[in-house]
Write a protein that binds this ligand. Structure first.
Ligand SMILES: Nc1ncnc2c1ncn2[C@@H]1O[C@H](COP(=O)(O)OP(=O)(O)OP(=O)(O)O)[C@@H](O)[C@H]1O
Length: 274
């Protein structure tokens, strides 16, 4: 359970205004940042993650200003930044790197607790059975699920994702978003996710923040997200089908797109240690 508070955030890159006086607060929600390319979504996430310094404004997590060395903010990237030549398990385990020294991790001295956490995270994203598989042999959607597991291993209070499904086909995109939503719910973390696919956003989001030319155009809950607001943000093309969503997140997860796995993490840890 955590609260992210953004106040009067502005970011200037030379003459380019990427963000202009944006404020909002999210608490224990799955919030989606919407906006056209160039609207400022990545800049917002990078500022929250401490990767980019805002020109003005403040960002606080549970009342404390965020710093660039914050270890409890998990980030999932569009290009998942995994080490492709090693297993899903080892990639997930690197999420604990912030908590153990590099030397220890090089010699794989992570604690049993870290190992179990990595396997639990892989179970959350439905990849426990595939934990030994090399990431290079996985599909794009599976790779992105490993990216989610790695972020979970950090034990974050806040989960950020920058266009996590932009490079996936619609069906894989839905599956990955299902797991991301499930991960946030199971780990009780607030999530801020940028998406450009409005229909996917409308399925999974609780809260929608629309950015246009760096400014906040709207900040609404799911039942307030209207085709008119989307039109204001993108023009009329993207709203097709927005009114026709009757499948709930739970239904998507139950439809087999986010199945439970059979093995338990404890059993796999024992296998690894054997
Ligand atoms: N490092 C940078 N230097 C200069 N300008 C930048 C930099 N990063 C972003 N911008 C500019 O800031 C504006 C907002 O970019 P940003 O990447 O945040 O938008 P976005 O909504 O994430 O778009 P996209 O979905 O295409 O990534 C754009 O005009 C962009 O060109």
């Amino acid at each position: 359970m955590s609260t992210l508070k953004i106040e009067n955030l502005s970011k200037q890159y030379g003459d380019v205004t990427a963000l202009e006086d944006v404020s909002f607060e999210i608490e224990d929600e799955f919030a989606v940042l919407l906006g056209e390319s160039g609207a400022g979504k990545s800049t917002m996430l990078r500022c929250v993650n401490g990767l980019t310094e805002p020109t003005e404004g403040t960002i606080a997590l549970d009342g404390t200003e965020i710093s660039d060395s914050q270890t409890d903010v998990g980030m999932i990237f569009q290009q998942h930044n995994l080490v492709e030549g090693v297993s899903a398990y080892l990639n997930a385990l690197t999420g604990s790197l912030n908590r153990v020294s590099m030397l220890k991790s090089l010699f794989q001295w992570q604690s049993r607790e870290d190992k179990l956490r990595a396997l639990e995270a892989l179970e959350t994203v439905g990849l426990l059975e595939e934990s030994h598989q090399r990431v290079s042999q996985m599909s794009g959607g599976q790779q992105q699920r490993v990216g989610i597991a790695r972020a979970l291993v950090q034990d974050p209070r806040l989960l950020l994702a920058d266009e996590p499904v932009a490079s996936l086909d619609p069906s894989s995109a839905e599956t990955v978003m299902g797991y991301l939503r499930k991960a946030a719910a199971e780990h009780d973390v607030t999530a801020l996710v940028s998406l450009h696919q409005v229909n996917i956003a409308a399925y999974f989001g609780d809260r929608f923040i629309g950015l246009k030319d760096g400014e906040k155009l709207f900040d609404v809950r799911r039942d307030e997200l209207t085709p008119e607001l989307i039109d204001d943000l993108y023009g009329s093309v993207e709203t097709v089908g927005l009114a026709e969503q009757d499948e709930t997140v739970e239904e998507i997860l139950n439809n087999g797109k986010a199945p439970e796995t059979a093995s338990k993490p404890e059993a796999v840890t024992e296998e690894i240690e054997a």
